[in-house]
Write a protein that binds this ligand. Structure first.
Ligand code: GDP
Length: 483
């Protein structure tokens, strides 16, 4: 798996404006250095503050990461049951990420957990049960981000849910019932940030309640959402986030590129597919088709919506009636269409359409689809590898059409630095008009913002005033995203 039998070419800005540190062994993760050869030149650069915070984080990770002396000493608090508030002399605190839902959701919550770690000087460790090492290179130099499998709580991870007594929400609930703040704090807490979190879990986003977490050495987070946009609503983080990201519309773009570099095996899949099918085309258009409802007749409807969008937005040329096309100069312009979908039906239909007829512009349209897995199988290794390779390939296109509400699509456009054309989900099986619209930013959408009033602890609903840094999402009106 890890060999890379090709000469490794190096781009000029191989460290992406300082996003990556010096000193990694290139061969262990070729994609980190080669990706720039496959992408257009970067429009933005990471801010100097982000670059220096990443270097600071890497030093902390090296000091506190798995099997270091500090890690071993911080483990002692778990054994003694004390949170070590006054005695935590290691200076190391952790946030452990455990997986939930599909790959796209996982990458969103993992990048949010990393932002949280950067803001709170915690060390990010990932549950090895998530098998992230099948997909991503180790992101930090020298010391792994994988939680050792003998970590004392790993056996509990699969049983952690909203009802677990160890959740932050339940700690707050019990304290509110006991009407006291004096009960002693545990060495670890579990943060339940899944879309159905309740009013106590949501206090994670309240400054006052948040202070309780400051001294807890071990936090374990489970989430299926991109919770980064709600971290800005915590006043003590606001300034720091803006300093790290003067352009908030690039938060996932940079954190994602920093954290999620394909392993050499995945990179082989990406680059071979790209070199064979996409490299020579004059323009590369990505289309991600994700159909979440099961209604009858959806195939034709989804196809009509997709084509309607692409013709209207000039992403694809119209097909020609009977007239021959006279081409002025020699070479035909080619458009490569990269379609990803669990089904092959859509790409077969589009391929056949452009085979039977010529185009009014004389352009040649090629249609490619790397896989058609039929169903989601998040537990299968090769299935996830293909999903990641396809997300990455989509991110290498020039223009991208995605399916509204899909986290798979969010990752592709954010990594690629692309504002997508979003195919809105049909209401009552009717194709929306217009069938798609351009997204306002390249950021992912946070699907379940807390809409929580920190004083009354009540739900406020999505109608209220939004924080100036965020806006409702193009594809989900109750969601929010950085702009
Ligand atoms: P979401 O459900 O669209 O938000 O995206 P997720 O990535 O969280 O979950 C969907 C999962 O279904 C993916 O991770 C893949 O396992 C699978 N899947 C969905 N669409 C595709 C596709 O176009 N190609 C591949 N290979 N897998 C897909």
């Amino acid at each position: 798996g890890d060999s890379f039998p090709r000469p490794v070419e190096m781009p000029k800005d191989k460290l992406l404006g300082g996003l990556f540190p010096e000193g990694f062994d290139v061969n262990t993760c070729v994609s980190r250095y080669q990706s720039a050869l496959y992408r257009k030149e970067q429009k933005h650069q990471p801010s100097p503050n982000l670059v220096s915070r990443l270097r600071k984080y890497e030093a902390l990770h090296k000091q506190c990461g798995p099997f270091t002396e500090s890690y071993n000493r911080t483990l002692e608090y778990l054994k003694s049951g004390s949170h070590g508030q006054d005695t935590n002399s290691t200076g190391c605190k952790y946030v452990i990420w455990i997986p939930e839902a599909g790959l796209g959701n996982r990458m969103l919550s993992l990048s949010s957990a990393f932002l949280y770690a950067l803001l709170t000087n915690r060390v990010l460790l990932v549950d090895p049960g998530s098998r992230v090492s099948d997909l991503f290179c180790e992101p930090f130099p020298e010391v792994s981000w994988l939680l050792p499998s003998n970590f004392p709580l790993t056996g509990k991870f699969s049983s952690f849910d909203q009802k677990s007594p160890e959740t932050f929400g339940n700690l707050l609930r019990n304290r509110s019932h006991a009407n006291s703040t004096s009960s002693s704090l545990p060495p670890y807490l579990y943060l339940y940030l899944v879309h159905d979190y309740d009013e106590f879990d949501k206090c994670f986003f309240c400054d006052h309640d948040h202070t309780i977490l400051q001294n807890i050495p071990w936090l374990i987070v489970k989430s299926n959402i991109y919770f980064a946009p709600s971290l800005v609503s915590i006043p003590s983080f606001q300034q720091d986030i803006s300093d790290l990201f003067p352009n908030l519309g690039t938060v996932f773009h940079y954190l994602g590129r920093y954290l999620f570099n394909p392993t050499n095996f995945v990179w082989g899949l990406v680059t071979r597919y790209y070199d064979i099918n996409l490299a020579r085309a004059d323009e590369k258009i990505g289309v991600q088709i994700r159909v979440l409802d099961k209604d009858f007749g959806r195939f034709e409807r989804v196809l009509n919506q997709t084509l309607g969008c692409m013709l209207r937005e000039n992403l694809l040329p119209e097909i020609n009636g009977t007239k021959p096309v006279v081409i002025q100069s020699g070479k035909l312009k080619t458009k490569a269409l990269l379609i990803t979908s669990l089904r092959s039906w859509y790409s077969e239909a589009i391929k056949s359409m452009y085979w039977k007829r010529s185009t009014v512009t004389g352009e040649v349209v090629e249609v490619h689809q790397p896989s058609h897995e039929q169903y989601q199988h998040t537990r299968r290794r090769m299935h996830n590898i293909k999903a990641w390779a396809e997300i990455y390939l989509l991110s290498l296109t020039d223009k991208l059409v995605t399916s509204g509400g899909s986290t798979f699509g969010y990752i592709a456009h954010s990594l690629g630095g692309l504002k997508p054309w979003i195919l809105y989900k049909p209401e009552d099986h009717v194709i929306p008009n217009p069938p798609c619209q351009r997204g306002v930013s390249m950021e992912p959408c946070m699907h379940a913002p807390p809409y929580h009033d920190c004083t009354s602890k009540k739900w406020t609903g999505p109608g209220g005033k939004l924080d100036p840094h965020v806006q409702h999402c193009d594809d989900k009106w109750w969601g929010i995203k950085f702009i």
